[in-house]
Design a protein around this ligand. Structure first.
Ligand code: FE2
Ligand code: FE2
Length: 507
């Protein structure tokens, strides 16, 4: 199967990120350049096209006149590059070479300022020997009197906003209702700035610089104002571009989860911003852990494990030096790997008291790691993650567990489910009861596909006879394909404990 739009964006974005960390001929940079050139070539050959084009407008990708939300988060570095170049998009011609793609990575990784003009940018590409990657001018604006930089994403028609996975939705069944797309518009800029804030915190701290706490707090407060029960559904649909971004995407999701669960537990509104900040900063110490350990595939040896686990203490130390850090945020960073029964790490001194915020971040951290898609594992459906969490009850604060279940629901929108009468469909909303979602039925009891017009909605909360009998998929991967080499979640969930499952997740 040829690469999807998201796959290509992720390769480009990862290439730029890796080039920031390494030199040109580093194997990671080289293999991403080669991989992109090969996948692009195959895609163009299979689709009988001669070039691959995508636009950038107001911080988002546009393709075929539609904003693409998922890739816009994933491809942040590519969007920044387009903005500095002053272009409205990139055109990759057939036969572009791996060397040209690597030169593209190099330029993107190094360009810190705007170039001044599109002509200057084009000349820069040419000087680097890039011939088959072209820059295109800006899109024409809908309202010519309105300056480009004032074009507000929230004013865009929501029907233009598209999740990346619907691009490949060939059978027309679709996974998502419109409602989420409508909810997304005001949140997208916030997610984007959360993502940027965590990324820059990690970079700054990694280089022994000063942490921008005010920015972290301000974005957390924005989230607190805008986030509601549906926010987690949106978070569930977002993907992470590459290994480096897992820590970042993970912290953004933990932060949003912590806020949502905290609200569900009745935390006072003025504390919720701090909860979100604690989520964004909980893994700050990872900025000091070597990549070789953080991203090592497979098991860590005892010494590596000790280093990886030191991130909690390192994070707390980094925050301790700041008078403007709240004790809650500090407790979250220090204690988010301590189990409710006192196990985990760092070791609790006998006089220490279990902090409620640490318990909250801890369960959100575990749940995020279980349900996230990573290169080495498929996303686990929430219901299965809850089963695993409940098997190891002693590890978690009971109130936090219940609040998490209520906040997330067992069946998030986008999940494909089997109903107890044998029909199948997609969850369109979580509904009023956490185990009884609203489902759009797309296949009848005999498994026959229903035409779009014949599909119908069932509110399981209203229907006592019917319930969800099984989960088919969590519609997170845009292609609906399993992650290569990832273990089967079902068998994994049956036999392993939370600690075992997470021992290599480096959360
Ligand atoms: Fe952690
Ligand atoms: Fe974490």
């Amino acid at each position: 199967m040829s690469a999807s739009f998201s796959d290509l964006i992720i390769l480009l974005s990862s290439g730029i990120n890796q080039r920031r960390l390494y030199f040109d001929s580093h194997p990671k940079v080289k293999s991403l350049g080669r991989d992109f050139a090969e996948k692009l070539e195959r895609r163009l050959r299979e689709s009988n096209e001669t070039a691959f084009f995508f636009g950038v407008l107001s911080g988002k990708f546009i393709r075929d006149g539609r904003f693409l939300v998922g890739p816009s988060i994933a491809g942040r570095s590519l969007i920044e590059f387009a903005e500095r170049l002053g272009c409205g998009g990139f055109l990759f011609q057939q036969h572009v070479t791996a060397d040209e793609v690597m030169a593209f990575f190099r330029l993107a990784a190094g360009l810190r300022e705007r170039t001044g003009s599109l002509d200057a940018s084009m000349a820069m590409l040419q000087a680097e020997g890039i011939r088959l990657i072209e820059l295109t001018p800006h899109f024409r604006q809908a309202d010519p009197n309105r300056p480009m930089d004032q074009l507000d994403f929230s004013t865009v028609d929501p029907s233009l906003i598209q999740f990346d996975f619907t691009e490949d939705d060939e059978d027309g069944e679709g996974g998502m209702g419109r409602s989420i797309q409508n909810d997304l518009a005001p949140l997208l800029p916030i997610f984007q700035s959360m993502y940027e804030t965590v990324a820059s915190n990690h970079t700054v701290v990694g280089r022994d610089g000063e942490l921008d706490l005010a920015r972290t707090q301000s974005v957390s407060e924005q989230l607190q104002v805008k986030a509601d029960r549906e926010t987690m559904d949106i978070m569930n649909l977002m993907r992470y571009p590459d290994y480096d971004s897992y820590t970042i995407g993970h912290s953004v999701r933990v932060s949003t989860l912590a806020l949502t669960v905290g609200r569900e537990m009745g935390w006072p509104e003025h504390r919720l911003g701090e909860l979100a900040t604690a989520g964004l900063l909980h893994d700050l110490g990872k900025a000091k852990i070597p990549d070789e350990i953080l991203y090592k595939p497979g098991k860590l040896d005892a010494q590596e494990r000790q280093i990886a686990e030191s991130h909690a203490e390192i994070g707390a130390r980094l925050l301790l030096g700041r008078p403007d850090v709240s004790p809650l945020v500090l407790a979250g960073a220090w204690g988010h790997h301590i189990r409710y029964d006192g196990g985990g790490y760092p070791k609790m001194p006998p006089w220490a008291v279990h902090s409620p915020i640490a318990s909250l971040i801890q369960i959100c951290d575990v749940f995020e790691a279980l349900t996230a898609a990573r290169p080495y594992k498929n996303p686990m459906p929430p219901r299965r993650a809850f089963e695993i969490i409940l098997k190891d009850r002693a590890a978690f604060h009971p109130n936090a567990v219940m609040a998490l279940v209520r906040a997330v629901g067992l069946y998030p929108p986008g999940s494909e489910v089997v109903i107890s009468d044998g029909s199948r469909g997609y969850v369109t909303a979580r509904g009023t009861k956490w185990d009884s979602p609203l489902v759009r039925i797309t296949r009848d009891r005999k498994g026959r596909r229903l035409e779009r017009d014949d599909q119908f909605l069932i509110d399981l909360a209203d229907n006592r006879k019917l319930e969800v009998a099984d989960f088919v998929s969590v519609n997170i991967d845009p292609d609906g394909k399993p992650v290569a080499g990832a273990p089967d979640d079902d068998t994994e969930g049956e036999s392993r404990s939370v600690d075992e499952l997470l021992s290599d997740a480096r959360i």
